[in-house]
Design a binder for this molecule. Structure first.
Ligand SMILES: [Zn+2]
Length: 440
């Protein structure tokens, strides 16, 4: 056990030290990522030798040929780009320091950790001479944190080759204690789908003019009134989807008195809709489309009325009220204030995986096998985005889960300060992936 842990820390630390930051509007050269590929080959020689490699501008697709081809293939995914690491960290973000039972650094959780664990597991299996029953693919993009271009290219290439997958296992939820306030237990949170992400520009126009004679309803005033109304009224429909019902059902035994209510989710939907957003903003966001205003621009001069002013909205649409329907809900409010709606980027409907499928049951069994203390695997809907949204057309069951046990500080460190991973979660994570690869 100790030897394994030591080796694992060293291997993961090597991946962390290689800076593979990707930033919006500044596409890094694929060269930087190719150096990382070389490091993967050195770190995992056995699985590297056993797989066919394909490089899509720095994003990777590996194929591990199975013994038979009776069953559709499966895929394990993560990504090897990371977000920047500004601010003052307790340990330098690319130093991979080991302290307090943790390995520190950007990417330990998001998601070089997951990439390391799946390849470490495969490498050990390949070294033993193991060959999977069916074809197993590994995918790791270098664009997940920016545009998703790499994963999109790979998904399109696979679709053209007519390859379909029975199940895909991507990054997403992890193992958390009390994932929602008041739920007293430890759960493997498995993302079954994700909300679509549509980026919108809201534009208000006028003839402009001098600030000394402004008149009424100038563009910024209209935009302000529009945003205030959206914020106050929230025009989007709340709904408890079957996935959320199942989540609540599984949480219910750990919720004390509130569990008696949530246990009968079907009958008490109205009450729940009122209660859930109160539990946490994340829980509320699972029930409906959200819209966040993130950027703004108006006149260039402090005494000049803008001819055009705009704000950008980041809309995450729900499965029950998709992109079009969510935009329709906004339109009357925009019309009321004379605001144009322009889509900057359309979102993708990810679909929802099935919690009664073999893939979900496999995750459940694997979690139980390596973490006996975990109370249950629980399906949920992710509010953030992952690369697996691009694979919905070639796979109905994309599960978003990485088997690391994390706490609240670690959850908040993703894209934030002091990202780190528990060292004692490394061995079970490798065992989890080995279990999965043997069983699929
Ligand atoms: Zn990320």
């Amino acid at each position: 056990m100790e030897n394994r842990t030591e080796k694992y820390v060293e291997n993961l630390a090597g991946l962390i030290r290689k800076e593979t930051v990707s930033v919006f509007e500044r596409r890094p050269s694929p060269e930087k990522f190719r150096e990382f590929h070389e490091l993967l080959k050195e770190t995992f020689p056995d699985i590297s030798g056993a797989c066919e490699w394909e490089d899509f501008e720095g994003s990777l697709l590996l194929k591990w040929k199975g013994r038979e081809n009776k069953k559709l293939p499966v895929m394990f995914m993560n990504h090897h780009d990371v977000v920047e690491a500004p601010g003052k960290w307790e340990h330098e973000p690319f130093s991979a320091d080991v302290a307090e039972g943790r390995l520190w650094g950007r990417g330990t959780l998001d998601t070089k950790g997951g990439l390391w664990a799946m390849l470490q597991a495969a490498d050990e299996l390949a070294a033993e001479g193991f060959v999977p029953e069916r074809d197993v693919y590994f995918e790791s993009s270098c664009t997940e944190e920016t545009t998703g271009r790499g994963a999109r290219m790979i998904a399109e290439a696979l679709e053209k080759r007519n390859i379909r997958f029975e199940m895909i296992f991507d990054e997403g939820g992890m193992i958390l204690h009390e994932p929602i306030d008041g739920v007293k237990g430890t759960f493997g949170m498995v993302g079954m789908g994700e909300k679509g992400n549509c980026i919108i520009r809201f534009i208000a126009r006028s003839a402009g003019g001098h600030a000394s004679t402004p008149g009424k309803n100038t563009p910024l005033v209209r935009l302000g009134a529009f945003m205030a109304e959206v914020d106050r009224k929230c025009p989007f429909k709340s709904e408890i989807s079957p996935v959320i019902k199942e989540m609540l059902k599984r949480f219910a035994p750990y919720m004390g008195a509130a569990g008696l209510v949530t246990g009968h989710a079907g009958a008490l939907e109205g009450l729940l809709k009122a209660v859930m957003p109160g539990l946490s903003p994340a829980a509320g966001a699972m029930l409906k489309t959200t819209l966040a205003f993130t950027m703004a621009q108006a006149s260039e001069g402090r005494n000049v009325l803008p001819q055009t002013a705009w704000v950008v909205g980041d809309m995450r649409f729900s499965h029950h009220q998709g992109e079009k329907a969510s935009l329709m809900a906004l339109k009357p409010i925009a019309d009321k204030y004379g605001i144009e709606i322009k889509i900057i980027e359309h979102g993708i409907n990810s679909g929802l995986a099935d919690y009664n499928s073999e893939g979900f049951r496999l995750i459940e069994r694997a979690v139980k096998a390596v973490y006996p203390e975990v109370d249950a695997a629980v399906p949920y809907v992710m509010t953030g985005a992952s690369d697996s949204r691009f694979f919905g057309r070639i796979c109905k069951n994309c599960f978003r889960f990485v088997p690391f046990k994390i706490d609240e500080q670690q959850l908040n460190s993703i894209h934030g300060l002091n990202e780190n991973i528990n060292i004692d979660t490394l061995v079970p994570a490798v065992d989890y992936y080995k279990y999965m690869m043997r069983e699929v």
